[in-house]
Design a protein around this ligand. Structure first.
Ligand SMILES: C[S@@+](CC[C@H](N)C(=O)[O-])C[C@H]1O[C@@H](n2cnc3c(N)ncnc32)[C@H](O)[C@@H]1O
Length: 417
């Protein structure tokens, strides 16, 4: 399964597993448990059991199989669960793995770098999802682009797909808007052509979590499907639609095998930011709150006094070489980020009896902003929880895509096979 694991780190039980998977490429892994205790030993698959079967021989579960690459805390696996059954997931971060495991205790998860994954040993799958790292594509990044050290891991994903005995007929890649907009679209074009070369037809959509949740989180979702699959007419438009802003239309214009995916518009979100705030949590002490409140620009301070809201979110930013706490008053949080420094955490300014107080958004509130259910566990420290949610995929967005495009596509793929 993992090159690293196979060659160096696995015990006898896993060697047997790997050997079996090499002998019979159609083996499907089932019913793994993952030992957190041994995480530091690399890719650990304990109590692995191989079944000589494909999806069709698992009558108790007819959901098509899913590979969840860069699975992080597992919100994609969570969101797709009604439609797909994860047969394999991976991430390199032990803390994210802890969150994944807490929420998907029976899912096969490989704690390893994608650079150590050997596609030849992966279970056959209908869908392969990759929310690959965004740091080289995000506006805040250093802009190394799709060949950067971190975002360039998307090529490792494609290398793994190439190594599989049979590439999954559906691929989905998710990333920040920079994938499409940076470098005049050249990064996206390179990815598109690489998928096209491998026999896929491709379309990208911009889906902003704000259509589902009180968080502004625009993300690009690329959906590629095997060219040999005939697409149901109801999944495809003959012209751009609400998921295709100008940046996508312009790039798509001269790309081969482009698909205008048709996705129904979601209903209006019903939850407002002030409704996800936990008012029982302690705010920062008075001097710290005061210091933060003093950073609010005068125009925002006036709006704060007039807005009538119980809680207002904001980020600290540098403006004219000065740190300011900028607020927004539309009952929507700014895009959650992975905290690497103080400025990347989102603040909430909360109305108390004796005036305004500040605090950092809690991991549970962050989870609510990602559409995770209250039962979604966030083990570890405050920072671990916040980080786990900061670069996750908003669950209802992934679920909407799965329900209306990926699952119907998987059905067609199944019928065609
Ligand atoms: C955008 S996040 C994915 C979030 C995830 N899909 C979720 O919903 O929580 C990118 C993930 O890539 C992981 N990652 C970074 N480098 C990696 C590598 N070399 N191999 C595997 N995973 C890696 C990070 O730990 C991070 O969790």
């Amino acid at each position: 399964m993992c090159r690293m694991a196979c060659s160096r780190n696995l015990g006898m039980r896993n060697q047997r597993y790997y050997g079996t998977s090499r002998e019979n490429i159609s083996l499907l892994l089932n019913d793994f448990t993952y030992s957190l205790k041994s995480m530091n030993q690399g890719c650990q698959m304990l109590q692995g059991q191989t079944l000589q079967s494909g999806a069709a021989s698992l009558p108790h579960d007819s959901r098509p199989p899913l590979l969840d690459f860069f699975a992080g805390s597992g919100l994609v696996s969570h969101a797709l669960r009604p439609y797909f059954r994860e047969v394999w997931a991976n991430d390199v971060c032990p803390k994210k793995a802890a969150v994944f495991h807490a929420n998907h205790p029976n899912a096969p998860f490989c704690l390893c770098s994608i650079t150590d994954v050997n596609g030849a040993g992966l279970p056959m799958s209908t869908l392969s999802w990759a929310s690959f790292p965004c740091q080289d594509l995000s506006l805040a990044g250093v802009g190394k682009g799709i060949r950067g050290k971190r975002s360039g891991l998307v090529w490792e994903w494609l290398r793994v797909m190439d190594e599989m005995p049979q590439r999954p007929p559906i691929l989905t890649a998710e990333n920040v808007l920079g994938l499409m907009s940076a470098n005049k679209g050249a990064y996206y074009r390179e990815l598109h052509l690489a998928l096209e070369e491998r026999g896929y037809r491709i379309g990208a959509m911009l889906l902003d979590a704000i259509r589902w949740l009180p968080q502004s989180r625009p993300r690009i979702f690329v959906v590629a499907v095997d060219k040999r699959i005939s697409l149901p007419q109801n999944l495809v438009d003959d012209a751009p639609n609400w998921t295709h802003p100008t940046v996508i239309r312009n790039i798509a214009a001269d790309l081969p095998h482009w698909i205008w995916w048709r996705l129904p518009e979601p209903e209006q979100p019903t939850t407002r930011l002030s409704e996800i705030v936990d008012y029982s949590l302690p705010c920062q002490d008075e001097p710290t709150s005061k210091k933060n409140l003093a950073m609010i620009p005068p125009a925002h301070r006036r709006l704060l006094e007039q807005c009538g809201l119980a809680a207002v979110p904001g980020y600290k930013r540098i403006r004219n070489k000065k740190q300011v706490l900028e607020l927004r008053f539309d009952e929507v949080a700014g895009c959650l980020r992975t905290p690497t420094g103080g400025s990347s955490r989102q603040y909430i300014v909360i109305k108390k009896k004796d005036g305004w107080r500040t605090r950092i958004l809690s991991p549970r509130e962050a989870a609510r902003l990602m559409g995770a259910p209250e039962s979604f566990q966030l083990p570890g420290t405050f920072n671990d929880g916040y980080k786990a949610m900061g670069d996750a995929v908003a669950a209802p967005v992934a679920a909407h895509l799965a329900k209306h495009i990926l699952s119907p596509l998987a059905e067609v793929c199944h019928d065609a096979s």
